[in-house]
Design a protein around this ligand. Structure first.
Ligand code: HEC
Length: 229
């Protein structure tokens, strides 16, 4: 009897808590004529900090470019150009952001051997896999923006400019793990040997080797041969 009374009392409490004088997001309203509880901002409201809806205002330039800047896509397909100039500063910013947001899973070299996969999360593919080397730059932007499979998106943590900067840095990473001596300007080549006496043979091979010789040595193969970075 007492228990039933207690239950009833509790149920009563719960009901009170349910009927709060507030609207949950997007709930309809009988109070307003248009039936919406979420009200439009009053005219001439000025957005603060992150006005990205109005891309024309946000970035200037033409709307098509801006859509690309925010989506990485052209006609629904990942695009193959950078919407902003890739300067040394952009790459440095990309390096920094990549180190913060991506290395825990993708590792500093991008081979996918980060700390988190080593503790059980699905191992991401290496950025040096032939498939990902061929993906256009907009694809990397899109993965960060919308996520991919087991990977959540980073659109809340990483703003659009920084997503592009990270994408640029991933391109640099891809090159760094597959660079040939002939990619380095002639007057710099000597320095590279001096700096890295244990550089992989790809770097120390005489210049002028046939292009096909090194090209099919993907990073994965190198890793399988036991070369850890
Ligand atoms: C918490 C771990 C984690 C973090 C942090 C992370 N990723 Fe991933 N990423 C993954 C996993 C896991 C996959 C593979 C997902 C799958 O195949 O289901 C993946 C896949 C990818 C792919 C390849 C998609 C494909 O086509 O196979 C790209 C590109 C990528 N991530 C970019 C990034 C970038 C850039 C960042 C940093 C902003 C980042 N990731 C941060 C876990 C992570």
């Amino acid at each position: 009897m007492l228990a039933t009374a207690a239950l009833l009392a509790l149920a009563g409490c719960r009901q009170d808590m349910h009927n709060q004088p507030k609207y949950v997001p997007l709930r309809s309203s009988e109070f307003f004529k248009d039936g919406r509880s979420a009200r439009m901002p009053v005219d001439h409201t000025v957005a603060r900090n992150t006005l990205v809806e109005d891309t024309q205002f946000y970035k200037g330039g033409n709307v098509f470019e801006d859509q690309y800047f925010l989506t990485g896509k052209i006609n629904g397909q990942p695009g193959d150009k950078f919407p902003l100039p890739v300067t040394k500063e952009v790459l440095a910013r990309g390096h920094e952001r990549y180190t913060i947001y991506c290395t825990p899973c993708h590792s500093r070299t991008g081979d996918g051997d980060g700390m988190i996969p080593s503790r059980g999360l699905k191992r991401p593919p290496s950025f040096h896999d032939a498939r990902l080397k061929k993906e256009p730059i907009g694809y990397f932007y899109d993965v960060m923006t919308n996520g991919f499979g087991a990977m959540l998106n980073y659109s809340a943590q990483v703003k659009p400019e920084d997503r592009w900067a990270i994408a640029a840095y991933i391109r640099a990473l891809q090159l760094s793990q597959d660079a040939k001596l002939s990619d380095v300007p002639e007057n710099e080549r000597k320095n590279i040997k001096d700096l890295a006496p244990n550089a992989p043979s790809v770097l120390t091979q005489p210049v002028g080797h046939k292009p096909g010789e090194v090209q099919n040595t993907t990073n994965t193969e190198k890793t399988q041969q036991g070369g850890k970075h």
